[in-house]
Design a protein around this ligand. Sequence first.
Ligand code: SF4
Length: 463
Amino acid sequence: MMGPKQEAQGALFYEFSIEDHVPSDHILRTIDGVIDLSGVRKHLTEFYSSTGRPSIDPELMMRMLLVGYIMGIRSERRLCDEVHLNLAYRWFCKLDLTDAIPDHSTFSKNRHGRFRDSDMLRYVFETVVAQCIEAGLASGQRYAADASIIAADANRQNSTPKADWNPEAIEPSDAPRAVREYLETLDDAAFGAASPVTPKFISHSDPAAQWTGARGGPAYFAYSTNYLIDTDNAVFLDVEASRSIRQAEVGSVKTMIDRVQKVHNLKPERLIADTAYGSGQMLDWLVEKRGIAPHIPVIDKSGRKDGSFERADFTYDAGNDLYICPNGRELKQNRRVFKKPRLAANKDETVRYRARKSDCDACILKERCTPKEPQRKVTRSIYETSRDVARVLSQTQQYAISRKLRKKVEMSFAHLKRIHGLGRLRLRGPCGAHDEFILAATAQNLKKLAKLAPSHNLIRKTV
Ligand code: SF4
């Protein structure tokens, strides 16, 4: 029997509880069980005036931002609509059915104002990391680091070739926010100071974004998100925005390792990373300055394709600081004492060892060793001892395990782009990139915490 036609009938009174309509296994319900943002108000107290019109609750804004990054809704305008319509989002934000949703413009005002001045997003991120550590999800023994390129909100049509670019001609007071941030970060190691090389194109709307063709396809403007994860459960211990060039990404890893030690008192036994982090300087920083085992492939360009002897065919005698060639002759830095002492290292941070010309002239192996030069030269990095440490480690069983563990950081990037929708930035400037990356990493950590923490009640902590 067909039932009566459904007609909308407005009831005079409703008895309705949002609580009853949010499923017990909803991701936001599990996350709500592990996070308490009540400390946000205390953290921001000094950034609010004691007089005037009451503001929107900052905890509400933080909860809404987290909903956005957890559910992949990064437009604040759309986020406001979604929180208005979705019962689970309302419940997570502690809004009743009749409560008003903040206007989307409130978010940008606070993001550029109080949130940035108080570094609120980092405060929340670090507190969630502390919760993960407390819950036993991160032991801090093994770190993995990597960077991923995220397209900036800038395009080629609105850019200038490097020959025509003159940052000194920009008047900061007339410039948009992203341009002012570019000027402010010109001496920052993660941005302007990372490399003296000017990119081929500079965006007018976001000049700090790097023009890059690193993915092999057409070039575009981008920033890099740098992750430092604990390999136990792929918890993000730190995140940093930088230019999409290797020097900036390597520098970011150093910054993150030191910051995690300072904030969480964690120091790893090893760092796992790919070849991009295998420069002599980086390996030396890890081995000599921080005492961390580098599970990183060494960048080595000493190989030869023409079949002639490689540096590996020469034996280094550390006691006498010389190389022994395949014919048993010595290659030394200096064979006489100079009145004016010479610099030990060249500009490329290598030391050159030379064979005697008379030895090479009489050598039966000369054609295989140095067919075009009168005598053979071998260069040695001033960081060769640390490079050798990395080479020895690369032959161990632990290194083979590390290669597999490194996949966890790559998975995190795939997750960031596919699930959290961070294929392209929405905010401009280094601060915009920082805000988006840190919110996304907080959302990813919260999901892990909610899923993996053995008992939510045990780790509940005031932020
Ligand atoms: S050419 Fe010179 S450096 Fe090379 S094997 Fe002969 S003696 Fe040694």
